[in-house]
Design a binder for this molecule. Structure first.
Ligand SMILES: Cc1cc2nc3c(=O)[nH]c(=O)nc-3n(C[C@H](O)[C@H](O)[C@H](O)COP(=O)(O)O)c2cc1C
Ligand SMILES: *[C@@H]1O[C@H](CO)[C@@H](O)[C@H](O)[C@H]1NC(C)=O
Ligand SMILES: *[C@@H]1O[C@H](CO)[C@@H](O)[C@H](O)[C@H]1NC(C)=O
Ligand SMILES: *[C@@H]1O[C@H](CO)[C@@H](O)[C@H](O)[C@H]1NC(C)=O
Length: 388
């Protein structure tokens, strides 16, 4: 017995110390090498992309080192970045069988602020799509439009708000594709008010105000503006636009509660893909903290979330806790090395995974999802409870 338990603990250590795979191994590289007609450093064919991590492999082959580094980078020693992926393994699924799942394929759409979208995921705002493709953000907007997906454009884009507006598809949502516009506040607030006007003029459906970067003076200088705190800036932005405002970068239940109390129309859980504060929590940890302390938030406002989402089951896990829509940043940036077709393929792969995993989980629509589909015991060990 004694030896057995020593052995068991050694195995545990070995498993715990398994190397972190920077890109999930989908078998792509083995396949390409085995095919005998792929050369390292060249773009694999689009038809060989079978899951979202494949696009990361492809992008690494062809992007300039500096551009690859910008897309892939994360903060510090990248603990937060790794945790965004490792955390999924702490939440097992609890499938129910013999349930009615036949209509799931027609029931994966969502509604946000009166706009209907075809899937519960969206393209998160990420700067500089032009590094991957000369048409940059235009590919993202067009593919999202054709797939009826939400595109959340970044302020720091390689195309202007107006250029992106020009390619919006005209035949959806009563005549016009709707995108959401991300903004950072500028030290010179007249620039920010101008950004809001431009978003409004081009028909943005909502403003996504990113709040998790006060430490980056190149970006959000707002936190230092005239000694104002960020909530005062939010109040000012609130008073300047009648568009719904979603606060992006929520990492605690306290900030979620304050955001809702101050009139945010939506909140967006994110650790910026691990790019800002290294030891900030993954989205499912934050969603769980909110669920345990203030579950009413999920009813009061739509809750969005991103960081580390790569598969259909990742999406389903966040939705089961009450998240309405889930964003992906890097995968779409990487898919853009194939241009428009790459984005379309990435969207369809993830839609298909959601449907297949949803069938196997035993749901007939997204409304069927609830926390009991998850084993949350491991997350419970870590959760902060407000009342103790
Ligand atoms: C290259 C890159 C640029 C980004 N630029 C922005 C930005 O300008 N504004 C913003 O709010 N978030 C930005 N983000 C964060 C994304 O919106 C999103 O939170 C993050 O990518 C999600 O993590 P994921 O890449 O693991 O999906 C950026 C992310 C990446 C990868
Ligand atoms: C070799 O490359 C061609 C052209 O890219 C492709 O159509 C074919 O499927 C590849 N062969 C294998 C075995 O992968
Ligand atoms: C959105 O979908 C709902 C039901 O799925 C429908 O009743 C509503 O009319 C749709 N709204 C728009 C603007 O298309
Ligand atoms: C703020 O931005 C506006 C608009 O670009 C510009 O006219 C003004 O000079 C700027 N103010 C300062 C103090 O830089």
């Amino acid at each position: 017995m004694k030896y057995l338990s020593i052995l068991t603990s050694l195995v545990g250590v070995a498993l715990g110390a398994r190397p972190f795979l920077d890109v999930a191994d989908t078998g792509l590289e083995d396949y390409l090498v085995g095919s005998g007609n792929w050369t390292e450093g060249t773009l694999p064919s689009l038809q060989d992309m079978r899951a979202l991590p494949d696009f990361e492999f492809s992008a690494k082959q062809v992007l300039a080192d500096e551009d690859w580094a910008f897309y892939r980078l994360a903060a510090g020693q990248e603990w937060g970045y790794r945790n965004n992926f490792d955390v999924w393994g702490k939440v097992q699924l609890r499938p129910r069988f013999m349930t009615n799942v036949v209509n799931l394929q027609d029931n994966i759409g969502i509604e946000l602020f009166g706009y209907n979208f075809s899937a519960p995921f969206f393209i998160a705002p990420a700067a500089q799509a032009g590094y991957a493709h000369p048409r940059g953000e235009l590919n993202l907007a067009e593919a999202a439009g054709d797939e009826n997906l939400l595109y959340n454009a970044a302020l720091f884009a390689t195309k202007t708000i107006e250029e992106i507006d020009e390619v919006k598809r005209g035949d959806t949502w009563n005549g016009r594709q709707v995108i959401f516009q991300q903004i950072y506040t500028n030290n010179n607030l007249s620039i920010t008010w101008n950004d809001l006007d431009r978003a409004k003029k081009t028909g943005a459906g909502a403003i996504v105000l990113t709040i998790d970067t006060p430490g980056n003076s190149v970006r959000v200088r707002g936190a230092r503006y005239s000694g104002q705190d960020y909530w005062e800036i939010f109040d000012e932005v609130r008073s300047r636009t009648d568009l719904p405002i979603i606060l992006k970068g929520i990492a605690t239940v306290q900030d979620a509660l304050e955001a809702v109390e101050r009139g945010a129309d939506g909140i967006y859980i994110s650790n910026h893909g691990g790019r800002q504060l290294e030891f900030s929590p993954s989205p499912i940890e934050v969603a769980y903290e909110i669920y345990r302390n203030a579950p009413e938030i999920f009813q009061k406002v739509p809750v969005l979330a991103d960081s580390g989402v790569r598969t259909g089951s990742d999406v389903l896990k966040l939705l089961a806790l009450g998240v309405k829509a889930v964003g992906l940043g890097r995968p779409f940036m990487f898919a853009n090395v194939y241009g428009y077709e790459g984005i379309i393929k990435a969207i369809r792969l993830l839609k298909n995974e959601i449907i297949q995993d949803g069938w196997n989980l035993g749901i007939g629509s997204l409304e069927d999802l609830e926390p009991s589909f998850l084993n949350l015991n491991t997350l419970a060990q870590n959760v902060n409870l407000l009342d103790n």
